[in-house]
Design a protein around this ligand. Structure first.
Ligand code: ADP
Ligand code: CIR
Length: 426
């Protein structure tokens, strides 16, 4: 079922829009009971709060939830269009957020806390201590959005260009800072009315940066983002700044206005975490940079899954035994109870590496301290590697009796259910 409402249908009036949304949500829930958007939009539209929405707000609400109607298999199925939406449509978002992030009390408030002095040994998280002899590729990113702009789902082309131009001023102060320096790479074809974009890169350079994990993939290919308007006007207002030593990167124009990250190969997880913290302070000190926050949910992000810290801390690790069937099914089965997400080597929705390399990150983002995320990554990877080492190596498996293979088969089936939940936890 396609699900998208036409402009004509919308124009036919408020009542029709509300009834149509409720009917579609009811229908979708019969097939996809895990679709939180559908589950919570029905009681919200029936509530006093929902009924009191102005026509304009109802239209914005529709833009927030359309992705969950168009994409039946959504786990969340909604994105905010402005930082205010989490409050304006609180009766809806609050339910989705507390369900997804597992707050049964309904009362938790997010606290930001980067103090990592208590993690590991005196703040040091050395992966050599958990058995790694080769350097790991480590990355920590946060999603951030400026108060002064709409979130990407509601930006038009002109606002995307204006946002990029605002960030160019901010990037200049990083480029001028000897600690960072670096370059700006932009996909924006022009700055409007024939104005040239001085940072424009060609397709080959774009692909090189995607392959090097520096720039993000074509968002227009993502149906979840497309229905939310987040990938609209592609590739206007999209690009990144990268520091001279290539370790510090700021994306602009992806799912959040900004994704700010540190990435390097090494042994000490705390190094990327600490450097990101320092860089964030430098960015926040720049004139005109004021991040959108919420009293309850910390840093505002487009997707409710990223609220709070906005942080994803990941490492690339090789787990050939747990991926010997060429899929990530077994890895997900092991990682789910550890609170870890498994992604491919090119990030979300990409395949695992041929050598069994996967991207591992803690799933939690909200109602957790920043320092706890990096500690969870360290502890989680340790437990994962214990299971990897205990798993039958592919060579040993081949030598085993065929009966062993049969016994292993149901495990892949069992993994299918948690994998669906995992998709939502991206
Ligand atoms: P995000 O992390 O912002 O949610 P993705 O999962 O799509 O987005 O990842 C974005 C890019 O970052 C991809 O190219 C991915 O391979 C890369 N990446 C993520 N973690 C690491 C890591 N630990 N080492 C190297 N590259 C990484
Ligand atoms: C869903 O609801 O399943 C999709 N909107 C994807 C959510 C994953 N989170 C994300 O991309 N930040």
């Amino acid at each position: 079922m396609g699900g998208a409402l036409t402009t004509e249908q919308i124009a036919e009036g408020r009542e029709k829009l509300v009834e149509s949304l409720k009917a579609k949500a009811t229908d979708i829930l019969t097939r996809q009971p895990g679709n939180r958007c559908c589950k919570y939009l029905i009681p919200f539209l029936d509530s006093e709060e929902g009924k009191a929405l102005t026509d304009d707000d109802l239209q914005t609400f529709y833009r927030c939830v359309r992705t969950g109607i168009d994409n039946e298999d959504s786990g969340l199925g909604c994105y905010a269009m402005t930082p205010d939406d989490y409050k304006k449509f609180g009766g809806f978002f609050n339910k989705v957020i507390r369900d997804y992030h597992g707050d049964e009390t309904g009362e938790k408030k997010h606290e930001t806390d980067w103090d990592a002095s208590g993690v590991g040994e005196g703040g040091v998280l050395d992966v050599r201590k958990i058995g790694f002899e080769q350097e790991l590729s480590m990355r920590v990113r946060v999603g951030r959005n400026l108060k002064a702009f709409n979130l990407p789902g509601k930006m038009d082309q002109a606002e995307r260009i204006k946002f990029e131009q605002t960030m160019l001023t901010a990037f200049k102060s990083l480029v001028d800072n000897p600690e960072y320096g670096g370059n700006i790479y932009s996909l924006t074809p022009d700055f409007g009315e024939g104005a040239e974009n001085p940072n424009k890169i060609d397709d080959a350079k774009y692909q090189e940066l995607v392959d090097a994990h520096v720039l993000f993939k074509d968002m227009d290919a993502d149906s979840f983002l497309k229905s939310a308007g987040i990938s609209s006007d592609w590739p206007y207002g999209r690009g990144c700044w990268q520091s001279e030593d290539k370790q510090c990167i700021i994306w602009f124009g992806e799912e959040d206005q900004l994704r700010i990250m540190c990435m390097k190969k090494g042994f000490l997880l705390n190094e990327v975490f600490d450097r990101l913290n320092t860089m964030l302070k430098a960015v926040e000190a720049i004139d005109g940079i004021e991040f959108a926050t919420s009293e309850d949910y910390g840093y505002i992000t487009s997707c409710p899954s990223n609220l709070g810290t906005g942080m994803r801390a990941s490492v690339h690790v090789k787990i050939p035994n747990l991926t010997s069937d060429g899929t990530d099914a077994k890895a997900k089965e092991v990682c789910n109870p550890l609170g870890l997400s498994v992604r491919g080597t090119g990030g979300e929705h990409t395949p695992i590496g041929a050598d069994g390399t996967v991207d591992i990150s803690p799933r939690a983002r909200l109602f957790i301290k920043e320092a706890e995320i990096i500690a969870k990554l360290y502890e989680g990877v340790k437990l994962l590697m214990d299971q990897e080492n205990a798993a039958v190596a592919p060579a040993a498996e081949e030598a085993a009796a065929p009966a062993a293979e049969e016994a292993a088969a149901p495990a892949a089936e069992e993994a299918a259910a948690p994998a669906a939940e995992e998709a939502a936890a991206a």
